[in-house]
Ligand binder design. Structure first.
Ligand code: NAD
Ligand code: MG
Length: 298
């Protein structure tokens, strides 16, 4: 008889540990050019029909945490639209191929979510292709480390706020009339909401705003049967970090300070996004789930 027992996995040694090579890329960065290439669950994620028939829109679904969610959602039986920036087409193409290999429909819609007009059109196009939307993952984000508040330009501040606060507002507002009872909205916040770093002054504020988004909107939409939850990751090995999210010196020791001594890989967060989308979590709303390797909140 085949041995179906799963081996125990030591989280400390499961994935690459620092030191890492310095590897600057222009934002938004390309996952396939990173060293080591992040694990988004391409080889490992196994579905069991938890999201069969669902229709998901995931922003920032080309790479990192959003890509891990997209792969997992497809393997759980959902059709998926991903949004990303045009520069990220090669990463997006890989994700669509993985969704299709899982036997689901995958659609790539490129465009800049700092435009309200594009956010509206993204939701319209996604709903048209999927035949509706019942899972919305507001995951795209901008993170640029700057040592001093004096060096944060109005343009930079504005870009962070537009991407991380306005875009989820615009996309959610456009999607809400289409969302049926039972739908789930999921935001990607951060440990930065709770333990802001000195060089992420603007970004940390937006991630705190994402928590307030979840807590407020869950109350507003509870009576309509729409759940709103968030995820607060710690350091995760993604293009966001190596393309200006951290100074290159910090990339070398990225994740070292956590009790697990390494950064998380996107694949390690996928099951949280599945859990929060799954109707079995029907009493879970207004919550923020942490995945930070032993440090951080909540
Ligand atoms: P990532 O670079 O893989 O994903 C971010 C994505 O945001 C990009 O792929 C890009 O498609 C999208 N994006 C950025 N600006 C955009 C714009 N103007 N228009 C459209 N799309 C845009 O990195 P990630 O780390 O997986 O980031 C996903 C989320 O996770 C972000 O909200 C980030 O704040 C959050 N987060 C990341 C970490 C981490 O350590 N990596 C920790 C906590 C929270
Ligand atoms: Mg990307």
């Amino acid at each position: 008889m085949e041995n179906t027992q799963k081996p125990l996995v030591n989280p400390v040694t499961r994935y690459p540990q620092p030191p890492f090579e310095k590897q600057p890329q222009e934002a938004p960065g390309i996952a396939s050019k990173m060293s080591p290439v992040p694990d988004h669950g391409e080889e490992s994620y196994k579905g069991s029909g938890r999201l069969s028939g669902r229709k998901a829109l995931i922003t920032g679904g080309d790479s990192g945490i959003g890509r891990a969610a997209a792969i997992a959602y497809a393997r759980e039986g959902a059709d998926v639209v991903i949004n990303y920036l045009p520069e990220e087409q090669s990463d997006a193409d890989e994700v669509i191929a993985l969704i299709e290999a899982a036997g689901q429909k995958g659609y790539a819609i490129a465009g800049d979510i700092t435009s309200e007009e594009f956010c509206k059109s993204l939701v319209e196009q996604a709903a048209a292709r999927l035949g509706g939307i019942d899972i919305l993952v507001n995951n795209a984000g901008r993170q640029h480390a700057v040592d001093s508040i004096l060096d944060i330009t109005t343009e930079g501040f504005d870009a962070t706020i537009k991407t991380n606060i306005y875009a989820p507002f615009w996309i959610t507002k456009a999607a809400l009339p289409l969302l049926p009872a039972g739908a789930a909205i999921i935001s990607t916040s951060s440990v930065q909401a709770y333990e802001p770093s000195e060089n992420l002054f603007d970004y940390a504020q937006t991630k705190a705003a994402n928590v307030a988004f979840v807590k407020s909107l869950a109350k507003q939409l509870g009576p309509k049967g729409i759940r709103v939850n968030g995820v607060a990751p710690g350091p995760v090995w993604t293009p966001l970090q190596i393309s200006g999210g951290q100074p290159q010196d910090a990339i070398v020791k990225f994740g070292e300070v956590t009790p697990l001594g390494r950064p998380g890989q996107p694949a390690e967060l996928a099951s949280i996004y599945v859990e929060l989308a799954d109707s079995n979590s029907s009493y879970t709303t207004g919550q923020v789930y942490g995945a930070a390797g032993g440090s951080g909140n909540p």
